[in-house]
Design a protein around this ligand. Structure first.
Ligand code: ADP
Ligand code: MG
Length: 702
């Protein structure tokens, strides 16, 4: 009942009204009292202390000074007009600068003697100055209704600011809100957790996060709220996993039959690595248990995940089920299809390919084959999850390069059968442990932590434009030795034209350096039709072309063992995991391979770090960790749309330990009380139930 207050439309908060409500909703997604309560400040300004000019240090952040204006000067014309004032206290002086509202500021500065100045000092022309400081009348302070000690700062937007909703206005609204909602905030954690961990009660934390009494209170509030976010995410995931494994029965893949064994004995072109064998065993056990499998297969580029998937698909066949394999791009799906249909040809299986570009007649044929159970293995793109694709008896779904598929898509696959199929998802590049725990907490994880024998580590080098002749010479040497070369250009959506231009200019330059008839070049880019791309890929695979120029369409999965050189143009424009993915396109055969990162001279600090990381390690797990630290989780490819990392206050990089801690805690609680039925766990159960009700991601699955 009391909760209804929290669900009240924000429009009805004192100081809001319909117009501001509209802005709050559009700009910040704030629709209710509760939403505003959870709109945390990004930082606070410590106004509990007054500093001296002589205290100012570099990167010291916002401070408060008290002193007098000693002179005022207006310079410049119209747009360049600015007001500079000298401000001093007993310890020194500093410059205050305004570019806007000059007339108003001038009046203000002339009207009073003494000010408290608030802002962030920076060095300009060798002097400390503060641009657009906040000017506070020290004598008016007492009657201000906003508590002065810790001022919350809220993220806002240009649109909102124009409509008077700047950080200060938001602070004021929160101040109106707190007394209204304070008494209805319900505790989410059990007493035992609160007491053992000495956590701040939720009610207090939600108030203190906005208006803390002290920095210690602020820290405790932040910790409590982070704890909530991470703990309930884990609890939710684990409950989900429990529902899958306990309630959702799975097909029993009880036997290892002829197809599996014959493939192993007669068709396998190499020995499996120990890691591959172990993972196959893990999967077999899981699929034989009678529970539905939901497993994530992690492994570095080139660790041989595809063959594992194939073995698992053969197990499905051995047990009388169909299997499908879904890849994120047409090129990759085609390549999987070509390879797998060849590999299993001696077994007499029917393998089909389905994508958006499959012709109608062929499509009909395939759909019929799927429904009659004639088709054993279906390989394709997103087209596989469309509703009209129906199977006779789908037992297994393999998703390659999982990071592009969300939880919802996974859920869609589950519904393709009365008894949901086993699901195996394979990552393109490894993801760090904390991220995996959070993003895929509902899955079991297998790791292929070993590369096939005989792989020579790829040599990675960073070249600048001045090294281009050397690059061309090196490419020539490799090509003359019978090898092939990839040259990749960045693709950034906002400037598609520029990218095409880049690619085309690059192509012309390469053509001059590697002329026909001695050399042949191929080109692949996103604007080409699937057949055209495929044609070019095939030419490269058959060694009819020696150099393949492309945009990042070749990024994932492509396997051309004879290619030994990966040249990445404008490497500074790629993300780290993308670079690592691209590098993984070479080094797949027995020959020494190279990755050359071309870049311009002036590089940002981050770009430098990325390129250095690439040169210094070949290990995908290391790269992934590094990437996570450099970019933060929100930017890791594919995690944006998942919505699962939308933490308001927790940061899975910085709060890595808390992620692990809360996960273990959730595991322990569920082990002792799987359905959260103990009275002590009631609050937890209510909280999770409430979350699952409101989040679409979860309701589909439940
Ligand atoms: P990824 O894990 O990146 O998907 P792939 O499955 O494409 O890697 O395998 C990379 C290459 O290694 C392929 O050419 C594959 O045939 C080969 N391969 C896989 N397993 C082994 C192995 N145990 N020994 C030798 N080569 C292998
Ligand atoms: Mg792969």
């Amino acid at each position: 009942m009391t909760n209804d207050i929290l669900k009240t439309s924000i429009e009805f908060l004192k100081g809001v009204g319909p117009k501001r409500a509209e802005v709050l909703r559009k700009e910040f997604g704030i629709e209710t009292f509760d939403d505003l309560l959870h709109y945390y400040p990004y930082r606070h300004i410590d106004k509990s202390h007054i500093y001296h000019v002589s205290d100012i240090v570099e990167d010291g952040g916002y401070i408060q000074l008290r002193g007098k204006i000693t002179s005022i000067q207006v310079a410049g014309q119209q747009r360049t007009k600015r007001l500079t004032a000298q401000f001093s206290d007993n310890t020194g002086s500093i410059e205050l600068v305004w570019f806007n509202g000059i007339k108003w500021v001038q009046d203000l500065l002339q009207s009073k003697k003494e000010f408290i100045v608030f802002g962030k000092p920076a060095v300009f022309n060798g002097r400390w100055s503060i641009t657009h400081p906040e000017m506070i009348d020290p004598y008016a302070q007492t009657d201000s209704s906003v508590p002065m000690a810790f001022m919350p700062l809220y993220n806002t937007s240009d649109v909102a600011k124009k409509k008077t909703l700047d950080s200060k206005a938001l602070a004021k609204l929160v101040q109106n809100l707190i007394p209204v909602v304070q008494c209805v905030i319900q505790e989410t954690l059990s007493d035992s957790i609160l007491n053992t961990l000495k956590l701040m009660p939720l009610k207090q934390a939600l108030c203190q996060i906005h208006y803390p009494q002290s920095s210690q209170h602020l820290a405790n509030a932040a910790f409590r709220l982070k704890f909530d976010e991470l703990f309930f995410t884990q609890l939710k995931m684990l409950l989900l996993k429990q529902i899958n494994t306990k309630r959702i029965q799975g097909h029993v893949f009880g036997k290892v039959g002829d197809y599996f064994n014959r493939f192993y004995k007669e068709c396998l072109p190499f020995d499996l690595t120990n890691a591959q064998k172990r993972v196959i065993r893990e999967i077999r056990t899981d699929m034989g248990s009678g529970r539905q499998m939901n497993r994530l297969l992690q492994g570095d580029v080139g660790s041989g995940k595809t063959i594992i998937a194939l073995f698992v698909m053969l197990l499905a066949k051995d047990n009388g089920y169909q299997a499908c394999l879904m890849a994120p791009t047409e090129i990759l799906a085609t390549q999987h299809f070509d390879k797998i249909s060849k590999q299993v040809a001696p077994l007499g299986l029917r393998v089909e390919f389905l994508s958006g570009s499959t012709k109608t007649a062929k499509r009909r044929q395939i759909l019929e084959g799927l429904q009659s159970g004639d088709v054993d293995i279906l390989i394709g793109t997103h087209a596989l999850i469309e509703n009209n694709v129906q199977f006779a008896n789908l037992g297994l779904v393999v998703i390659d390069e999982q990071h592009r598929f969300g939880v919802e898509q996974r859920a869609k696959l589950w519904r393709k059968n009365n008894v949901p199929p086993h699901v195996l998802v394979m990552t393109a590049t490894p993801i760090p442990r904390t991220l995996a725990m959070t993003l895929y907490g509902d899955l079991d994880i297998s790791v292929v932590d070993e590369l096939p024998q005989g792989r020579k580590p790829i040599v990675t080098q960073h070249f600048y434009e001045k090294d281009r002749l050397r690059l061309l010479g090196f490419m020539k040497q490799q090509i003359d030795a019978g090898r092939q070369v990839f040259v990749v250009y960045p693709l950034i959506q906002e400037s598609e034209k520029m990218d095409m231009l880049n690619l085309m200019t690059g192509y012309e330059a390469m053509e001059r350096a590697f002329p026909l008839p001695q050399y042949a070049l191929g080109i692949v880019h996103g604007k080409m039709k699937p057949e055209e791309k495929d044609y070019e890929m095939q030419r490269f695979l058959k060694k009819e072309t020696q150099i393949l120029l492309s945009t990042t369409v070749i990024e994932v999965g492509i396997d051309v063992p004879n290619a030994t050189v990966m040249v990445i143009e404008n490497a500074e424009r790629f993300g780290l995991s993308q670079l690592h993915q691209l590098r993984g396109r070479v080094g797949r055969g027995g020959n020494q391979s190279y990755c050359i990162l071309m870049s311009k001279y002036e590089l940002s600090a981050d770009s430098k770090k990325r390129l250095n990381a690439m040169v210094s390690t070949n290990d995908g797990f290391e790269i992934a960790n590094f990437d996570l630290q450099l970019r933060g989780p929100g930017d890791i490819q594919g995690t944006q749309q998942s919505g699962m990392l939308d933490f308001k206050i927790a940061d899975i990089v910085k709060d890595e330990k808390l992620v692990a801690y809360t996960r273990n805690m959730a595991i322990q609680i569920l082990e002792a009380d799987p359905a959260l039925q103990n009275p002590d766990n009631r609050k937890l159960r209510d909280t999770v139930a409430e979350m699952m009700k409101t989040e679409t991601n979860w309701s589909i699955i439940g």
